[in-house]
Ligand binder design. Structure first.
Ligand SMILES: NC(=O)c1ccc[n+]([C@@H]2O[C@H](COP(=O)([O-])OP(=O)(O)OC[C@H]3O[C@@H](n4cnc5c(N)ncnc54)[C@H](OP(=O)(O)O)[C@@H]3O)[C@@H](O)[C@H]2O)c1
Length: 192
């Protein structure tokens, strides 16, 4: 059974942790004030923190993340303007994290699903789908198996380069949410 550490205890941490627990995966959480204190003993570490917090979390755990699957769920927006991403053009938050953690297997996932759609496991009438990008097939399969066991669908979206497109989708979806053109329980569904 794959074990998970989730860094963060907010909306996404709880929603993702709920799915993993529903699928029978052991999950433990690292609250903000325990970052760098709590030992990461899971096979997979989910960084369920805002993008600006990722650098300090990665730096606090650089050694412990060696060899682990690291899941980046961030939408790295400029939250003052809601008009741009803050990563370099063509790049992604996930690529930045992989560059900082060359011995980890970074995957991008969950950034295109609003938290509420992970809790209900539905986007409208469709089952919620977690799109997963990364360079390590086993890492992607491990995450996909854990989330499908928990009742949502998963699709391999390609290599870590596709994190750029996933972050663009997440960006657009957030702008639609903030402008109340879609509800927080809605957004983009994937029909396979
Ligand atoms: N909400 C969504 O629907 C959604 C959808 C897709 C992706 N995302 C992404 O998911 C991530 C988490 O979003 P969220 O909605 O779960 O946010 P949230 O409810 O505000 O939770 C954020 C969590 O990160 C912790 N945190 C903040 N700064 C930190 C730091 N410097 N070091 C360690 N931990 C820190 C917070 O701790 P405290 O509460 O103690 O401050 C909290 O536990 C973000 O990157 C977001 O872009 C969110």
């Amino acid at each position: 059974m794959t074990t998970f550490n989730i860094v963060g205890t907010g909306n996404m941490a709880k929603a993702i942790g709920g799915i993993l627990a529903d699928g029978g995966s052991p999950v433990s959480y690292v609250p903000k004030n325990q970052v760098g204190v709590t030992v990461l003993d899971g096979d997979v570490v989910v960084l369920a923190v805002p993008y600006p917090a990722v650098a300090s979390v990665v730096s606090a755990y650089a050694d412990q993340l060696d060899g682990k699957v690291v899941v980046d769920i961030t939408n790295p927006l400029n939250f003052e303007t809601f008009d741009s991403l803050v990563v370099a053009p063509g790049s992604s938050a996930a690529a930045e994290i992989q560059a900082k953690l060359p011995n980890s297997r970074v995957v991008k996932a969950f950034n295109t699903t609003f938290a509420a759609t992970l809790v209900t496991k539905k986007v409208g009438s469709a089952q919620t789908t977690v799109l997963i990008a990364g360079d390590d097939s086993t890492a992607k399969q491990t995450l996909a198996a854990a989330v499908t066991a928990g009742g949502v669908a998963a699709i391999d979206a390609g290599s870590l380069l596709r994190a750029h497109e996933l972050e663009a989708i997440g960006f657009l979806q957030l702008t639609l949410g903030v402008s109340e053109k879609v509800g927080w329980a809605g957004g983009f569904a994937v029909v396979a």
